[in-house]
Design a protein around this ligand. Structure first.
Ligand code: TEU
Ligand code: CA
Length: 534
């Protein structure tokens, strides 16, 4: 496929509010990101994705935007952002921003105006419906609430929200609204940003048939509705094609066939996507399913469009906790998972802290959890009469707060994240698990990431090479090759707590990168080897 800078890039996701606090208010900030640019550069990343920092009541940590053109106080000022962007560019790092245009905050001036009367010109920027039989129009749930309809007293109508009540969905059928969004995108692109990560971008078009669904919990009816590709093609035509930028769409509920419609290069919509087949279908590791998902996406996008690889982010529990073994084999399994995201086909994404193998948390009380998704669900279930302990335990493993605890920089107070009181409790393992320690050790997770990234950068086969699963049926070993012309790599890894016999015949002592010191024909727990075959 055609070469582009972004296909070769590694993205580092910065959840800035948990990254580095420089003014003692307990929240990370843009100035903190700026100070750590050399760190991100040293790791080897090329692009930084910043989670939303726009003015927001912060009910959903910035995903409820009240002003697309200014920066919230917690994050800093526009000057801070301009300085960050300039210094990033000066050292060869690009920055992409979160584009959240499926919904706004209920405090956005558009919504405040829309609420005032049915005749307000902004009314149609949102989605309204009369009650049916004196209640919600149907049984659809939202991501964060029992219904996607919220009653608005003054007008006697319901408004539609795919997420929290405080996040009303925008009406993309309205042309004025679409033009406002395109203008806003141009504003940031003209400032020099390098692209967008597009929040739930496949939710923009809404289902027209309002009948009840059989299983409201399954939520896929919120996404991929007719009209979505028209909006994305228009957005490309109006905005994206005029800039040298990259776009990655957050696209839940897609199979490879549907995913290809978003990223097929001839269709002029998005560059790449996050699909959630792993995150949503694998609460814990499932090797055969994982292999199948990788094969299907490779085949589905082959020669057409570009995938992304990630195993965690700010919404999904840290990968070493969810998919590795964060107790006996934390370091080996963190390196093994890294190898997967950096050598399978697609752009690798690193979520801050992953590069030192940070782990998830389980707090004892709901009061320590901040995540609106978890809190709303907790209170909904408790109200049904379920025992509080049982509800808490059932929500812990997948709570979004698992990945939102502050970055662990060193073993000083609050892990060096803040001089004040952190907005969210620091994981108590920071004394042993922190950046400073990893930087001192040659065999650390951080050093392994560096080597992995360098290996990928110096070998096009790991970026553009064909993919072949060598052991589709093996329950714990994943072995696959990446081949570009005469260059071939074989990656072999053992995803288990037990030793296994090395299952391929090749010169086992010639690996170019390995996460465990071992040259025998037995793979140790989580052992991973990369071989270059010529
Ligand atoms: O997340 C949307 C979301 O919840 C899903 O994409 C989910 O991760 C997926 O279906 C897999 O389970 C985005 C943001 O990342 C999140 O932080 C926001 O809360 C949400 O949109 C609303 O803006
Ligand atoms: Ca701060």
């Amino acid at each position: 496929m055609k070469r582009t800078w972004w296909k070769e890039a590694v993205v580092y996701q910065v959840y800035w509010r948990s990254f580095l606090d420089t003014n003692g208010d307990g929240y990370g900030d843009l100035e903190g990101v700026r100070r750590k640019l050399p760190y991100i550069k040293e790791l080897g990343a090329d692009v930084i994705w910043l989670n939303p920092f726009y003015v927001s009541p912060d009910k959903d940590n910035g995903y409820d935007i009240a002003d697309y053109y200014s920066i919230m106080d917690k994050a800093g000022t526009m000057e801070d952002f301009e300085r960050l962007l300039e210094e990033a560019h000066a050292i060869g790092l690009k920055i992409i921003l979160d584009l959240v245009v499926n919904h706004t905050s209920d405090q956005h001036p558009w919504f405040l105006e829309a609420k005032t009367s049915i005749d307000s010109p902004k009314r149609d920027y949102y989605i309204w419906h009369d009650p049916i039989n004196n209640k919600e129009p149907n049984n659809w749930r939202s991501y964060f609430a029992p219904s996607c309809w919220e009653y608005e007293e003054e007008s006697g109508q319901y408004y539609y929200h795919s997420f929290a009540v405080e996040q009303p969905d925008l009406n993309w059928e309205n042309e004025d609204l679409r033009n406002e969004i395109y203008a806003m995108m141009r504003f940031w692109l003209d400032m020099g940003i390098d692209g967008f990560r597009m929040d739930v971008i496949n939710l923009l078009a809404k289902r027209k048939d309002l009948s009840d669904v059989e299983n409201p919990y399954e939520l896929s009816y919120l996404a991929n509705n007719p009209g979505i590709h028209d909006y994305l093609q228009e957005m490309h035509e109006q905005v994206l094609r005029h800039y040298d930028c990259m776009t990655v769409g957050e696209i839940p509920f897609v199979t490879p066939a549907e995913g290809a419609l978003y990223v097929d290069e001839t269709r002029q919509e998005l560059d790449t996507l996050f699909h959630f087949q792993i995150a949503d279908e694998m609460p814990t590791w499932d090797m055969l399913r994982f292999k199948e998902i990788q094969r299907e996406w490779y085949e589905g996008l082959k020669g057409r469009g570009w995938n992304s690889q990630f195993l965690n982010n700010h919404d999904h529990t840290r990968q070493v906790t969810r998919y590795g073994n964060d107790k006996e084999h934390r370091i080996a399994s963190a390196k093994m998972l890294a190898t997967l995201t950096h050598t399978l086909p697609g752009m690798p994404y690193i979520y801050q802290g992953e590069e030192i193998g940070m782990t998830g948390v389980s707090f004892d009380s709901i009061d320590d959890y901040q995540d609106i998704a978890m809190r709303n669900r907790y209170y909904e279930e408790v109200a049904k009469g379920r025992a509080v302990d049982e509800v808490l335990t059932s929500l812990q493993l997948l709570s979004r707060d698992n990945s939102r605890t502050p970055m662990q920089w060193n073993n000083q107070a609050e892990s060096g994240f803040t001089d004040g009181v952190p907005w969210m409790t620091v994981n108590s393992n920071y004394v042993e698990l922190n950046v400073e320690k990893d930087l001192r050790r040659e065999d650390s997770v951080f050093r392994y990431y560096q080597k992995l990234i360098q290996l990928r950068k110096s070998n096009d086969a790991l970026v553009y090479g064909d993919f072949k699963d060598l052991l589709p049926e093996h329950p714990v070993v994943h072995a696959y090759e990446r081949r570009l012309y005469e260059d071939k790599f074989v990656i072999v890894l053992n995803h288990s707590d037990e030793d296994v016999v090395f299952p391929l015949s090749l010169d086992i002592r010639s690996s170019v990168l390995q996460n465990v010191l071992n040259e025998t024909d037995t793979l140790r727990p989580y052992e991973t080897r990369i071989y270059k075959m010529n």
